[in-house]
Write a new protein. Sequence first.
Lengths: 218, 246
Amino acid sequence: MSRFYSSSVGRKVFMALSGFFLLFFLLQHFLINFLSVFNKQAFNDASDFMGTNPFVQYALQPVLFFGIIYHLIMGMYLDAKNKGARSVKYAKNNAAANASWMSRNMIITGVMILLFICLHMVDFFFPTIKAHYITHEHLDSYEMVVAKFANPVYVLIYVVAFVFLALHLLHGFQSAFQSVGFNNRKYTPAIKKLGNIYAIAVPVGYMFIAVFHYINSL
Amino acid sequence: MNLTLKIWRQKNSQAEGQMVEYKVTDISEHMSFLEMMDVLNEQLVNKGEEPVAFDHDCREGICGMCSMFINGEAHGPDRGVTTCQLHMRMFNDGDTIYIEPFRAKAFPVIKDLVVDRTAFERIQQAGGYISVNTSGNTQDANATLISKEDADLSMDAATCIGCGACVATCKNASAMLFVGAKVSQYALLPQGQIEASERVQNMVKQMDEEGFGNCTNTGACEVECPKGISLENIARMNRELIKASV
């Protein structure tokens, strides 16, 4: 197993597995956030549940952090290793002739997503952790969201970040299936279509939440 | 047609190389790219200059020797062809054409456009074989039944000529399309099952040791492969390695 893990194929498989977990996380995070558009109480209840439930806090949350950090570090490590596999660059390289921009620039879109995650943690995650575990005060998640998105600069940053997320997912979704060896003539076209739908719908949904609260605040 | 060529010139594997500009005139659009290179070399020899070194052998798209990264693409702008099958009609009069060797740390330049692709041979030696009876009890090849679908997929994988276009075009200089094809051609057949587990593990290990990059599924290799080897072969290799490792 250690031989598998240290092989190029093994690392790809684990990148894909962490990617699958992050895809699942993105969807559930979106569904909870989307509640804020319809129902303040439902959103607050769901946020409180996620913030206080021991299974979520002590089992899922550590796995999530591990998944993000693993995906990030392994992504950067593999990118550095891949760059080293061609020491002399081509004088002329028509890369767009045979591969999409998204597939060639996963490291750029990935780093932009990382910067966004850092900002997002400062905005929402750390205040929530502080309220739950340090000051022990009740936090109104809905009011926190509304206050943040009243600022148009914030909304713009979030919208741009989700464009990068969409670009990352347009390649990442179907790529993860290929990496774990799932590629066949019957299902792969459907997986690619589903990946495109997911990669557009989920980030656009997140953008909608930010824009909705901004318009609501006017 | 008259063309300007910018060609990578490098005396030997140790020397520093550089792009050098040449002019060629009266090139017929019916010539193959290698014939155009022959015209250039004849011109250089007549002038007493060193001709451009490039690999070639069969000149009919089978041997996989002719490499060349032409105008930013392995084997040039046409699809499903090697450089010897690339016609000059793909270019226009007055064009400037960049001609470079296949670039990868695992494919060091020997001279000009010639690269050392023996890394592929070492990968093949690590597992690209099967066990057969040879000492007087050879079996009829048709005694083992194989489904048409598997036979076709195996044959498709076996059409890989090991030219290295997949490595040259991959942004990560990954050899996974080549190794995927070589693993698949045996993995799909009953005769390949005896060494299946060791084969994929040893070939992937050798591939990693040679210094090829990691596949990021851009699909560029599949587009540039002169034999149309599919990404399905990489997925099959991944499945084979997972199966062999758990």
